[in-house]
Design a protein around this ligand. Structure first.
Ligand code: GTP
Ligand code: MG
Length: 351
């Protein structure tokens, strides 16, 4: 290189022309390969999620999120719902292992996401991730609509998901369900017994009153929604939450939304990649596969993805790595753009 007048360090990139000149010098022919371009195209194709053919779609269980103001009884309601699960066969409901659970009502499955509080909901929406099919809005009958109730209504409306109102704490002396309905109508939610089409259920999470009634309504709304997915395509879904476990490495709870995820599948989750080493269901049991509308904890990722990240199954480890790299690159660019925008704005502010 030096003889040719190119001063290059050992880790410096040189042009194809120069490299081929050197090769000629040593009796080799350097051929320009276009494999990198093919890979680029393949990666882009793999990052796109193919549209489903109507004929491949099968009914899938609804994914439900519980939202509402602080202390209105979200956790209590989830506990009550889990207690109602007669098929689990475990006294006092099930111990929860992941940020999601499943219940069976009259032989039909309902998936409950426990994590998406308002913040998670917001961050997922910001990434275009839609995980919930139905929102249960908990309103305490003795407290009525509060700021976070309004926030939750706005989240659900923006996401375009149906809302079922759970008027909770009807066992309390100060309970006033009618006032809640009045306040809901002020928010543009007219419940059925007020002549509207919003379903509301009066219940008590604590006293376990009318929990079945609520679940029946969830199934009713789900039926109307005609929720479907193709279980046969490559698995896609969303990361619900993830953390670094001391013993197990990166652990992510994902919701499979299409296709079927299996142990051994190479996947990309956000900027993380890897092979699914193990899957654990909401009961803490190991499973070999997870179809549409199933939440599972997965092990085997290279790093910890973020809540709201999309995960997708890919053909092999190499593709997984390349796509993760590509995503990292895209994310860096986005961040750079965002930070330069901020600094420009700051600059103008200062001027
Ligand atoms: P955050 O997670 O802090 O936002 O609260 P939350 O919405 O999960 O409410 P949580 O389930 O923790 O309930 C708050 C309080 O209300 C607890 O003391 C519950 O025991 C009580 N509570 C919940 N549901 C009922 C109910 O149906 N009746 C009565 N009387 N109390 C209830
Ligand atoms: Mg809670």
């Amino acid at each position: 290189l030096m003889k040719m007048g190119t001063m290059a360090t050992i880790n410096q990139e040189i042009s194809f022309e120069i490299a081929s000149l050197i090769c000629n010098e040593f009796g080799y022919n350097l051929i320009k390969s276009d494999t990198s371009e093919i890979e680029e195209l393949e990666i882009e194709a793999l990052m796109e999620i193919e549209e489903d053919d109507e004929k491949d779609l099968l009914p899938r269980p609804p994914v439900v999120t519980v939202m509402g103001h602080v202390d209105h009884g979200k956790t209590s309601l989830l506990d009550a719902i889990r207690d109602t699960d007669v098929t689990s066969g475990e006294a006092g409901g099930i111990t929860q292992h992941i940020g999601a659970s499943e219940v069976n009502v009259n032989g039909q499955k309902i998936v409950l996401l426990d994590t998406p509080g308002h913040e998670a909901f917001t961050s997922m929406r910001a990434r275009g991730a839609q995980v919930t099919d139905i929102a249960i809005l908990v309103v305490a009958a003795d407290d009525g609509i509060m700021p976070q109730t309004v926030e939750a209504i706005n989240h659900a409306k923006a996401a375009g998901v149906p809302i079922i109102i759970a008027i909770n704490k009807i066992d309390k002396p100060g309970a006033n369900p009618e006032r809640v309905k009045q306040e809901l109508s002020d928010q543009g939610l007219l419940v059925e017994d007020w002549g509207g089409d919003v379903i509301s259920v009066e219940l008590s999470a604590k006293k376990r009153i009318n929990i079945e009634g609520l679940l029946e309504m969830v199934l009713l709304v789900a039926e109307v929604e005609e929720l479907k997915a193709n279980p046969e395509k490559r698995a896609v879904g969303t990361v619900i939450e993830a953390e670094l476990d001391k013993g197990r490495g990166p652990v992510a709870t994902v919701l499979v939304q299409g296709g079927t995820l299996r142990v051994g599948d190479p996947i990309v989750a956000g900027v993380a990649s890897g092979k699914v080493r193990a899957m654990i269901n909401y009961k803490g049991r190991r499973v070999k596969q997870a179809g549409p509308s199933t939440a599972v904890e997965i092990l085997g990722l290279s790093e910890v993805p973020s809540g709201g990240d999309q995960f997708v199954q890919v053909p092999n480890d190499k593709a997984a790595r390349l796509i993760a790299e590509k995503r990292q690159e895209l994310r860096r660019e986005e961040m750079l753009k965002a930070s330069s925008k901020i600094s420009l704005d700051d600059l103008f502010e200062q001027l």
